[in-house]
Design a protein around this ligand. Structure first.
Ligand code: ATP
Length: 355
């Protein structure tokens, strides 16, 4: 398996004179370690598939280089890159049996039939298709066909990396969960480098060691689920991860105080002087306290969602969400407070480090 380096990658599908900065990928620089399980997470259109296709060689980047273990592969065609890729929809041979579909990538590389049989049987078991081995793929359901696609991606264990582009979209929810945990188990067993595209945060957070968050043609943060939750590097990561997402309030800085509307909130640290056009105060709803202490607040709505309550409120003219335990009551004269350790400050959308 390989370490993947993305060196100053930019990609434009065709620049129009009216939009000279229309890059699907604006600047991607990163190194993904050998054997890592990465989830590529971001909203529709942020460039996930473009990046995946550049790694596999299906797409040539407009600028920049791709390296596998330090070796430049930018000009190599897909078949010379030794990558397995699983797409959102099944890519299989309809006229072949399930068994032959799975055996194909191995036979193609001259693997001996006894080894092919062992491996294919393992994959049939994993995908829950052993009783369908001798059936023609044509007659199977979309869900079963996609399992074959997934199996074909996993059948070789000598590839540089396995790339998945939302492979579980067409799989039913129960099986989805099962396949995801099997993928995780296989990853632990074989240690392949795995990049898994999804726009579903739960899928990304449960599956990957590191989540790569993309936004508007850029990687905005790579981190563990806990890092993305506690210290989002960009306000987008704050909104996108978590439910509800992070509260982001416009503010001004006065020493170690955030001035939000007419309210002054103690930050506990003085952010370094910034020449940013836009300063923002970020706090996750889980760290907002609604009780008897703090600043004046107007409660707009309390949503009971079982074990928690989501309180929608207005603080200093801005909407704010708070998550509180089910048993806590919202007092009639409620006030609002923010856990100082959980406050993040953003200058032009990027997090300011506490000095
Ligand atoms: P999704 O989750 O919807 O698949 P994505 O994050 O994978 O989205 P991409 O498919 O990589 O995003 O698209 C990134 C940008 O490039 C989008 O603005 C998209 O419209 C544009 N784009 C993608 N493919 C092409 C193409 N073949 N020609 C022109 N523009 C394209």
């Amino acid at each position: 398996m390989a370490r993947i380096t993305l060196d100053h990658i930019r990609h434009a599908y065709g620049i129009r004179p009216s939009a000279p900065n229309d890059y699907a990928l604006r600047e991607v620089n990163h190194e993904w370690s050998d054997g890592g399980a990465y989830a590529l997470l971001g909203p529709s259109g942020c460039g996930k598939t473009t990046l995946l296709n550049i790694i596999s060689g299906l797409l040539q980047p407009s600028e920049g280089r791709i390296l596998f273990d330090g070796e430049d592969v930018t000009d190599l065609p897909p078949e010379a890159r030794n990558i397995a890729q699983v797409f959102q929809f099944p890519v299989i041979y309809d006229t072949m049996t399930v068994y032959d579909n799975l055996a194909f990538p191995l036979r193609n590389r001259g693997v001996a039939e006894a080894a092919v049989k062992r491996r294919v049987e393992e994959i049939l078991e994993m995908t829950g298709l052993p009783d369908r081995a001798n059936r023609k793929a044509r007659g199977l359901t979309a869900d079963q066909k996609q399992k074959i696609s997934l199996g074909r991606g996993l059948v070789r264990n000598d590839v540089n990396a396995i790339l998945f582009d939302e492979p579980l979209t067409v799989i039913d929810p129960h099986m989805k969960w099962q396949l995801r945990s099997q993928l995780k188990k296989l990853h632990r067993q074989f240690g392949f480098t795995m990049v898994y595209v999804t726009h579903d945060q739960t899928e990304a957070l449960t599956f990957a060691d590191k989540v790569v968050v993309m936004y508007d043609g850029q990687i905005v943060q790579i981190g563990t689920p806990a890092e993305l939750f506690v210290t989002p590097r960009h306000t987008f990561v704050g909104y996108f991860i978590g439910s509800p997402g992070m509260n982001v309030l416009p503010m001004q800085i006065d020493g170690a105080t955030a001035v939000i509307g007419g309210e002054r909130v103690d930050l506990g640290f003085a952010p370094p002087n910034k020449t940013a056009a836009k300063m923002e105060f970020g706090i996750r709803p889980e760290f907002v306290r609604i009780g008897r202490e703090g600043h004046p607040v107007r409660i707009d709505k309390v949503e009971d969602i079982g074990r928690h309550k989501i309180v929608r409120a207005t603080f200093a003219g801005q909407p704010v969400a708070a998550v509180m335990p089910e048993e806590n009551e919202v007092p009639a004269d409620a006030r609002i407070a923010f856990d100082p350790k959980a406050i993040n400050i953003y200058a032009d959308s990027w997090r300011v480090e506490r000095g």
